[in-house]
Design a protein around this ligand. Structure first.
Ligand SMILES: [Zn+2]
Length: 526
């Protein structure tokens, strides 16, 4: 019935000199744009009947020049009224299902995606030959191709030769870091010499890189001295000014005196810090309040800082040691304040006392978790604490093996593997995270998948850690990280079978965010 109504309404509109618009901003014969991304990938509430601003007219992301409504041209204006009257008539006549009313002021019908193989982010087995229906930036239906009736003449994105997945989620990124290449001045130069605008410009490139690789959501784990720059980048993405994933930001992060770079300068010189420094529960709570007030979605806390191998790596006691930072009381003040705002606390913690304080103080997620004891794993399961392991970043830039730093680098990686395997076996909740930014943004984010599989996850578990599990961490279960009715239409696709070779996820060929196609190198349109 619904299909028939769509067909009828389609014909009525065509009679009126218009055409329905499917997908991301096509143009009808009158020059009237029904639905157009305001700039690059504006969210659904930015779709409107207004013309986009001048700067976008000849620079659309898909290279398609769009005609726009010109109010000074009477013929077009008349046709506009015909179309609007038709819409009004269709609703009176009961064709309400044709037009999506969830977005005020828009006329929108469905986009259809044919998926050869669908990994939906939740189910443990893929499904073949599915059709995904998208309306107003959300998935409205997923069904077997045999049962799905796609109206004749509508645009369909054909990914029947590809594997379709939910948009990927990286739950630990640093859009304001650029790999800290020592040859380019390392970490310190970014805080000492680069204007914030320069860093923001590079962050703009970082978020675009993430989206190009199919990561439609990031939890960004602090700006490393760039203040509230992440809030600004998020605003620019949401406003449609720049392309990028949806961001969950943590702003400045919190540590204690002696607990974060810049360091190693003469004590007489005051240098900037990569985080907000607090000492005592009062300052801790105040810092959390400030950051939440200025737009933090998460609060990031460093529970450990320096790490080294005891006894120069010799003998039984040669374990990895981490310097603890906040006390349990300081952390509790932050957690209490943040939970009061309905937000959550992510804790960078490597091992030992600092990691234990993180668990005792009520952290919602342990970042890295290089050394997890059996008791700590049991406590994480009891408390529902997430682990965001970020494995890959501990395999780059190792110092020479015969140096203390080299021993530390190798110890971190070897301990991490043991902890990851134990946590996985015990059933700790694990979310995909990379620490990219610590890794240069020129490298593939998806390099974390094969590492997770190497250390015991099935490819499906690794994919779910970057889809439905990460969405759960973000309290977006059912809305992100899943291809199912009601979820945001964040959809990606790869050629081949990532369950057979998880490395294929490094080559995402199709990216849709909020129902808007950002990249399509593998799917044909008809
Ligand atoms: Zn990090």
């Amino acid at each position: 019935m619904r299909r028939a109504r769509i067909a009828i309404a389609s014909r009525v509109l065509e009679t009126a000199g218009a055409s329905l618009v499917f997908g991301g901003g096509d143009v009808d014969p009158t020059g009237f744009v029904f639905r157009i991304p305001r700039r690059f990938d504006a969210p659904p509430d930015h779709f409107s009947l207004k013309c986009p601003p001048e700067d976008f007219r000849e620079n659309s992301p898909d290279g398609v020049r769009r005609k726009e409504y010109n109010p000074a041209f009477p013929e077009v204006a008349v046709k506009r009224w015909i179309v609007l009257l038709t819409i009004l008539c269709s609703s009176v006549c009961g064709w309400t299902q044709v037009i999506d009313r969830s977005v005020p002021g828009t006329l929108q019908v469905a986009t259809f995606i044919r998926a050869g193989v669908l990994i939906d982010g939740v189910s443990n087995s893929p499904r073949r030959n599915q059709v995904i229906t998208i309306r107003a930036g959300r998935i409205s239906d997923v069904s077997d191709a045999g049962n799905a009736r796609i109206p004749a003449g509508v645009a369909v994105i054909d990914l029947s030769e590809a594997t379709v997945l939910p948009g990927l989620i990286d739950a630990h990124t640093h859009i304001f870091l650029q790999g800290e290449d020592p040859a380019e001045g390392g970490y310190d130069v970014q805080l000492l010499k680069y204007p914030l605008a320069f860093r923001a410009a590079r962050a703009t490139v970082s978020v675009r890189r993430a989206l190009e690789q199919g990561f439609t959501t990031l939890r960004d784990m602090e700006t490393e001295g760039a203040g509230y720059g992440d809030v600004g980048i998020k605003q620019a993405i949401e406003g449609g000014y720049i392309p990028g994933p949806r961001l969950f930001v943590s702003t400045r992060a919190i540590s204690t005196t002696g607990g974060y770079p810049l360091e190693g300068y003469a004590p007489e010189i005051e240098v900037p810090k990569g985080v907000q420094i607090i000492d005592g529960p009062v300052e801790a709570r105040k810092a959390a309040r400030e950051q939440l007030d200025h737009g933090a979605d998460w609060i990031k806390v460093y529970m450990t800082h320096r790490s080294w191998v005891r006894n120069n790596g010799v003998g039984k006691n040669a374990e990895l040691v981490s310097q603890p930072t906040l006390t349990v009381e300081e952390l509790r003040a932050i957690v209490n304040e943040t939970h009061g705002w309905g937000k959550k606390v992510a804790c960078h913690a490597y091992s030992g006392e600092g990691l234990q304080r993180g668990l005792d103080g009520g952290c919602d997620s342990i970042e890295h978790g290089l050394v997890l004891t059996d008791a700590q794993i049991a406590q994480m399961i009891r408390q529902g604490t997430w682990l965001c392991p970020t494995l890959s970043v501990y395999y780059i830039d190792w110092a020479p093996a015969d140096t203390p730093d080299g021993q530390r680098d190798r110890k971190r990686a070897s301990e991490h593997e043991v902890s990851f395997r134990k946590a996985l076996k015990a059933g700790v909740k694990i979310a995909f995270g990379t620490d990219i930014g610590g890794i240069p943004w020129s490298q593939p984010i998806a390099q974390e998948f094969p590492r997770m599989v190497e250390f015991g996850m099935t490819p499906m578990q690794a994919i779910q850690s970057a889809t439905s599990r990460a969405a759960e961490l973000l309290e977006m279960k059912g809305q992100l990280g899943v291809i199912a009715p009601g979820a945001y239409a964040d959809v990606v696709a790869v050629s081949g079978d990532p369950l057979a070779d998880v490395k294929l996820l490094e080559n995402v060929g199709f990216v849709m965010k909020n129902g808007q196609v950002f990249k399509n190198e593998i799917g044909s349109n008809r």
